[in-house]
Ligand binder design. Structure first.
Ligand SMILES: N[C@@H](CCC(=O)N[C@@H](CS)C(=O)NCC(=O)O)C(=O)O
Length: 248
C-alpha cells in the first residue's frame, strides 16, 4: 500500500501543547486525518486501550496505517518524511541541525518548564478535590513514574515556589535563545519556516499567562515579530493553537 495514502488518525487533546505541534504540521501539509480527542481530565490517556497505543499514557499518538507513532517531535519528523511535499525540514545540514537543537530543547526543557508553570493553576484545583482513595486509584494506572509523581503532587503537594522559579528561569532562557537565533532568521532555523518554529509555537501562545511572573513577549522584539508572522499563518488558525483559559 502506498503509505502516503494510508489512513491517519491522531489521538490528541485540544489544549495539549504536544498535540498542537502535530496538528500544526498536519495543517501546514494539508494532510487529511481523523482526529480523536482524548479527555485528559477523564484520564482516558490511562485506559488499557490507549496504553496499548502509547505505553507512556500521554497525548499525542499518531496511528498511520494501523501502526502507532508516539512522541510529538518524533511524530512531526515522521510526518515530514512520509509527506515530503511542503517540507518543514531544512535542506541545508547546518539549518537542519539548528532545527533539531530546537526540537531537543523543547522536549528536554520547554515542555517541563511550562508544565511546572501551568499545572498548579490548571490541574491542581481539580486534583486537590480527589479523596485519598481516588488519588490512589488514579495514580495506580499511570505508567511513567515521573508523571505519576507529578499527578501526586497536583493532588497533595503542588509545585513549590522554588520549582516555579526554576521553570520561569528556563522560560526566560528559552526566549533569550530564540531572540539570539532569530537575529540570523527570519525563522528559528534560518531562512525558511520549519519544524523549529512549530515546536515552540504552543508554548509561546501561552506566554501571556505568566505576566505576573515577569515574563513578557514584548521584551523580546525579534520574538514578538516572529510571533506576529507565525500566528498569521492559515495553518496556525486551522490547528487551533489558541490561548488556554482555566479557573485559577
Ligand atoms: N514527550 C511527550 C509529552 C506528552 C505530554 O506530556 N502530553 C501531555 C499533554 S501536553 C499529556 O498527555 N498529559 C496528560 C497526563 O500526563 O496525564 C510528547 O512530546 O509527546
Amino acid at each position: 500500500m502506498d503509505e502516503t495514502n494510508a489512513s491517519l488518525t491522531l489521538y490528541h487533546a485540544w489544549v495539549s501543547s504536544a498535540s498542537r505541534r502535530v496538528r500544526f504540521v498536519l495543517e501546514e501539509k494539508e494532510v487529511d486525518y481523523q482526529g480523536i480527542a482524548v479527555d485528559l481530565l477523564a484520564f482516558e490517556q490511562h485506559t488499557p486501550e490507549y496504553l496499548a497505543l502509547n505505553p507512556n499514557g500521554w497525548v499525542p499518538t499518531l496511528v498511520h496505517d494501523g501502526v502507532p507513532v508516539i512522541e510529538s517531535s518524533v511524530i512531526c519528523e515522521y510526518l515530514d518524511e512520509v509527506f515530503p511535499a511542503t517540507s518543514l525540514v531544512p535542506t541545508n545540514a547546518h539549518d537542519r541541525a539548528r532545527m533539531r537543537v530546537w526540537a531537543k530543547w523543547t522536549d528536554e526543557v520547554v515542555i517541563r518548564a511550562f508544565q511546572v508553570a501551568n499545572w498548579n493553576r490548571m490541574m491542581g484545583p481539580i486534583a486537590q478535590q480527589w479523596s485519598d482513595a481516588e488519588v490512589e486509584r488514579k495514580l495506580s494506572v499511570i505508567p511513567v513514574p515521573d508523571r505519576r509523581e507529578d499527578w501526586r503532587r497536583m493532588a497533595r503537594e503542588p509545585f513549590s515556589d522554588a520549582d516555579i522559579s526554576h521553570a520561569v528561569a528556563n522560560i526566560l532562557r528559552t526566549l533569550d535563545r530564540m531572540e539570539h537565533d532569530l537575529a540570523d532568521g527570519p525563522w528559528l532555523a534560518g531562512k525558511n519556516f520549519s519544524l523549529a518554529d512549530i515546536h515552540l509555537s504552543p508554548y509561546i501562545v501561552r506566554i501571556g499567562e505568566h505576566a505576573d511572573r515577569g515574563i513578557h513577549l514584548k521584551d523580546y522584539p525579534r520574538c514578538s515579530d516572529w510571533w506576529t508572522r507565525l500566528s498569521a499563518r492559515p495553518a496556525f488558525t486551522r490547528a487551533r493553537i489558541e490561548p488556554v483559559t482555566f479557573n485559577a
